[in-house]
Ligand binder design. Structure first.
Ligand SMILES: [Zn+2]
Length: 452
């Protein structure tokens, strides 16, 4: 990181070509309710696959403008009647789109912060209102033009036969939205990301499954963006991971939710749906796209067909969860969560426990318990899809072969190539059907023999 200057006069800024430089970004004006002097007190940076989010903590809302300048690429942030009470050099910028930050004073009262960038970006900015953790904030999103997350396979790639079952694993919240906060600084966003990673690892080891991690780090994703990423990946199932919170510390236990067809099935479910959905208000994103009446009718049709499947997976999952943790309710809950509103993908929301309960908060923060939860969720998903594999999947193909019932038990001296030639099938076909990653076999092992 290049160290920026902490103070910067208007003359130097003018000489640097800020006034004559080419204006490439759009100018954004945001009017705050009050126009008194604000102080920039702290700054944080969150890195998402497609953007860097820079957050300034403000003592109060401020009128601001953000614009971009080319060669060298930089973004200029002007805050009216504001002052800086922060060492910009201390802000951690490694791995972000920002190379360095410097500040200056404009017209003796306005603050200008210049972000020197590694490459051109698309900037977007908005103010966030105070929440239980932070006060007023100015958020600047710097969108990169390339998406650098793990390569997500497109649905078309799976159109060929024997595709894996694609499971979208979504860790709720992230970045500026910490989710529920528990005793001992346990944060929902960290706990669920950790469980999501463990679940992803488990499913990755399982033949016939392809897990996709929707949120890969500590950044915020709009709820609609999460389901969009799942759809792009061709997901068969969408699992959103959360941890509950309630005003009474005694509330405890895990729950599994699916989308309700009418409305929330209980008052507490409605309360929860409200607080989980508020995440998108935190992200400052308008989530309700305008839907025509026709689209709504089609959506309802799809929803009813995927709801049954969601319910069946959820019931299996609730059972599995009950083996590793206490349950809040014995049946699958229903609520109107935005993340569950994919018309075409069976979707579940898992509340892994109550982070507001001191005992469960400590459990949720422990790697051992996270591993147990991830294992239980993975086992349930595997159990469900083995029993009801979607058509065209490797699991469906394996099941069909199984029902024909040609099996071979490994005896002393057997080799995979020997067995292959005996049954006149390829080694590759045997390996594929049995999910073998190498040619190693052991005595007593029973192999399915492909029949076509
Ligand atoms: Zn949550």
């Amino acid at each position: 990181m290049i160290r920026g200057m902490t103070t910067f006069s208007a003359t130097i800024l003018r000489r640097a070509g800020l006034w004559t430089g080419l204006l490439v970004g759009c100018v954004q004006w945001t009017l705050a309710t009050t126009a008194t002097a604000a102080t920039v007190e702290a700054a944080r940076v969150h890195v998402a696959p497609d953007h860097t989010r820079l957050v300034f903590d403000l003592s109060e809302p401020a009128v601001h403008r953000v614009f971009q300048l080319a060669s060298p690429p930089r973004v200029v942030v002007d805050l009216d009647r504001s002052a800086l009470d922060l060492d910009l050099d201390q802000v951690q910028l490694d791995g972000t789109a920002i190379r360095g930050m410097r500040s200056g004073v404009q017209d003796r009262r306005d603050l200008r912060i210049v972000l020197d960038l590694n490459a051109p970006v698309r900037p977007r900015s908005f103010l966030l209102k105070p929440n239980e953790r932070y006060g007023d904030r100015l958020v600047i999103d710097l969108f990169t033009t390339t998406w650098e997350s793990e390569p997500i396979k497109r649905a078309e790639e799976y159109l060929r036969e024997r595709r894996p079952v694609v499971v979208a694993v979504d860790a709720g919240h992230g970045g500026e939205d910490p989710g529920a906060l528990g005793p001992g600084h346990v944060r929902e966003k960290d706990v669920v990301l950790s469980i999501a990673r463990k679940l992803h690892q488990r499913l990755q080891r399982e033949p016939g499954f392809h897990p996709v991690l929707i949120r890969t780090g500590d950044y915020y994703l709009a709820l609609r963006k999460r389901t969009e990423l799942a759809r792009e990946a061709g997901a068969d199932l969408f699992i959103s991971l959360h941890a509950d919170s309630f005003r009474h510390a005694s509330a405890r236990g895990g729950s599994v939710y699916i989308l309700s067809s009418q409305g929330a099935s209980s008052e507490s479910a409605r309360w929860l749906a409200q607080s989980e959905n508020q995440a998108d208000l935190v992200g400052g994103v308008d989530l309700e796209g305008k839907e025509s009446v026709v689209a709504q009718v089609l959506l309802d049709l799809y929803v009813t067909s995927t709801l049954q499947q969601s319910h069946d997976v959820a019931a299996t999952l609730l059972q599995g969860l009950g083996r590793v943790t206490r349950l809040h309710k014995r049946q699958v809950e229903k609520a109107q969560f935005v993340v569950l509103k994919s018309p075409d993908i069976p979707s579940l929301l898992v509340e892994t426990g109550f982070i507001s309960n001191p005992q469960e908060a400590a459990q949720l923060a422990s790697a051992r318990h996270q591993e147990r939860l991830a294992g239980a969720i993975a086992d349930a998903v595997i159990e469900y899809y083995r029993a009801s594999p979607p058509p065209g999947t490797w699991l469906a193909w394996q099941r069909a072969s199984e029902s024909v019932g040609l099996k071979h038990q490994i005896a002393q001296g057997d080799t995979l190539s020997g067995i292959a030639s005996k049954y006149q099938v390829s080694v590759h076909a045997i390996r594929e059907l049995n999910g073998l990653s190498s040619d190693r076999i052991r005595i007593g092992q029973v192999l399915q023999i492909p029949t076509s």
